[in-house]
Design a protein around this ligand. Structure first.
Ligand SMILES: [Ca+2]
Ligand SMILES: [Ca+2]
Length: 195
């Protein structure tokens, strides 16, 4: 079976699975796996990057002009009075710091308004602070000249209907990094569920 047919068969199969499941809860309203070079217009920053053979949305770094510092996801046509749940894989690339002078931060906000997530603890552990000796990392990815360790963490959050206006929601994903060349982030497998 050629690749396109195979992919078609898989997606048809998952559609059937969704249609036949007793509750619609398991079927995402929208999902993004970023398998093309550019993400869809739902995203403000569209560049993708291959990490261990898999395309992700990124890379991002707020201190390095070669990379965007944030991306905004616009979700339209949200049914009235519904909350939405967003699940995604967060890729922490490099030596993110949970404390000290070099501490980093990652936030998700509703279009200039309320903060949904404010992450200050990261899984990026290094033996003896040596970034060639990462602990429990998912893998390595080449960024520029260097192979950097990365850690994937599944994250999720729910947005209440009170902050959704005119059936539309803008979610801003942003990192506040101290490292210009040593710390990056990317997103993958974003799924949006209507509750
Ligand atoms: Ca992907
Ligand atoms: Ca840092």
């Amino acid at each position: 079976m050629n690749k396109i047919l195979y992919l078609f068969a898989i997606s048809t199969f998952s559609l059937l699975l969704c249609a036949s499941s007793a509750s619609a809860e398991n079927c995402p309203f929208k999902s993004f796996s970023f398998e093309k070079k550019k993400a869809s217009s739902d995203w403000s920053a569209k560049k993708t990057y291959v990490v261990s053979g898999n395309r992700t949305l990124g890379l991002f770094n707020n201190r390095n002009k070669r990379y965007p510092s944030q991306t905004v996801l616009t979700i339209k046509d949200i049914p009235k009075n519904s909350s939405i749940t967003v699940k995604f894989d967060m890729l922490y690339i490099g030596s993110w710091d949970s404390e000290g002078k070099l501490a980093d931060r990652f936030t998700i906000t509703v279009g200039g308004g309320p903060e949904i997530m404010n992450i200050t603890k990261f899984p990026c552990l290094l033996e003896d602070g040596d970034d060639t000796k990462p602990v429990n990392n998912t893998g390595f990815v080449k960024v520029g000249e260097r192979d950097r360790a990365y850690w994937v963490t599944p994250l999720s959050f729910t947005v209440e209907p009170s902050v959704i206006t005119n059936s539309e929601l803008k979610l801003e994903f942003k990192g506040y990094l101290t490292g210009r060349k040593t710390e990056f982030w990317a997103l993958d497998n974003v799924e949006i569920f209507i509750n």
